[in-house]
Design a protein around this ligand. Structure first.
Ligand SMILES: [Zn+2]
Length: 122
């Protein structure tokens, strides 16, 4: 509930930041069509606030999120079989990893401990 209220408060403050953009664009384009100026202001605001909204509503996973693949080769010991990798855990984010490495069920524990130490240092 606290997280929700923090997000909601941040979003309401962010929402107020769009007012100056709308006002400035409507003043600058006062001689043109009001609807066109409003659409332009919303486009400018959308380009800016997309990133801010994305930051506000980004969820952080407190537990490791695993990706599991069949028929993998462990990156550490070379064992063939089911492969595991952590794709997200707190600020550790490997969702966009272009060369993902999978580990067997034994080696994934070692990797998880390594990631745990790394995220505590971040
Ligand atoms: Zn292994």
């Amino acid at each position: 509930m606290k997280k929700f209220l923090m997000q909601y408060g941040a979003y309401l403050i962010r929402w107020q930041l769009s007012s100056p953009i709308l006002a400035v664009v409507l003043i600058v384009f006062a001689d043109t069509n009001t609807w066109l100026a409003t659409v332009l202001a919303n486009c400018i605001g959308g380009c800016l606030f997309f990133w801010i909204d994305r930051f506000i509503f980004k969820s952080v996973s407190k537990e490791p999120i695993w990706e599991i693949h069949e028929d993998c080769t462990c990156a550490d010991c070379g064992e063939a079989g089911t492969g595991y990798r952590i794709i997200e855990w707190l600020r550790y984010d490997k969702r966009q990893d272009k060369e993902p490495q999978y580990r067997c069920s034994a080696c994934r524990i070692v990797k998880m401990e390594e990631v745990c130490k790394r995220i505590k240092k971040l």
